[in-house]
Design a protein around this ligand. Structure first.
Ligand SMILES: Nc1ncnc2c1ncn2[C@@H]1O[C@H](COP(=O)(O)OP(=O)(O)O)[C@@H](O)[C@H]1O
Ligand SMILES: O=C(O)C1=C[C@@H](OP(=O)(O)O)[C@@H](O)[C@H](O)C1
Ligand SMILES: [Mg+2]
Length: 168
């Protein structure tokens, strides 16, 4: 069975999508993001899924996307920030190389701005992010096999650090 070289988890704004793309380019492998898979599956952008069908439906699509990607993608895989909420997803990550991109509130808030494209952050992004991060910090720690601190660091240097970390 194919499995990802590296799975990236972390809060919204930790840089999973951006650093994941850089990392895949450095490694010369494909990049995949479960958020993009979900949008393809649903045939619409994530904010529209939240509006039309609600978060529970999004999480159902997300569980399917995570399972499919873990089973079939051999490159770098970025998950959505909330994927770790599902016990099913955390269990599926056991045995994988999972890098937690950690970020503290000040950098996360700066990076997500007013939460464009992230429906959970559409109202009061700073307070909502703080709540999400407090709730999820233990879950990221539970699934991670390594943690990379991203505060004050740029995506190319973070991607290079992960390449070094992946070397046997
Ligand atoms: N290390 C970083 N330093 C500065 N800006 C970053 C960094 N990582 C990501 N960004 C920026 O923050 C925003 C969110 O990044 P993104 O990769 O979408 O995060 P995630 O997928 O974890 O939510 C993007 O505008 C991106 O360019
Ligand atoms: O934190 C969350 O629950 C979410 C994070 C988003 O992905 P990013 O972490 O890539 O922003 C996306 O999956 C969706 O808007 C829900
Ligand atoms: Mg992302």
């Amino acid at each position: 069975m194919t499995k990802p070289l590296c799975v990236l988890v972390g809060a919204p704004g930790s840089g999973k999508t951006t650093v994941g793309e850089e990392l895949a380019a450095l490694l010369g492998v494909d990049f995949r993001d479960t958020d993009a898979d979900i949008e393809r599956m649903a045939g619409k952008p994530i904010p529209e899924i939240f509006i039309d069908e609600g978060e529970a439906h999004f999480r159902t699509l997300e569980r399917a996307a995570v399972a499919a990607a873990l089973a079939s993608h051999g490159g770098v895989l970025a998950l959505g920030g909330g994927a770790v909420l599902a016990e099913e997803n955390r269990a599926a990550l056991v045995g994988h190389t999972v890098v937690h991109l950690s970020v503290e509130l000040p950098d996360a808030v700066k990076r997500v701005g007013l939460g464009a494209g992230r429906p959970l952050l559409a109202i009061n992004p700073r307070a909502t992010l703080k709540h999400l991060m407090d709730q999820r910090r233990p879950l990221y720690a539970e699934v991670a096999t390594a943690t990379v601190v991203t505060d004050g660091r740029n995506p190319p240097e973070l991607a290079a650090e992960i390449v070094a970390l992946l070397k046997p």
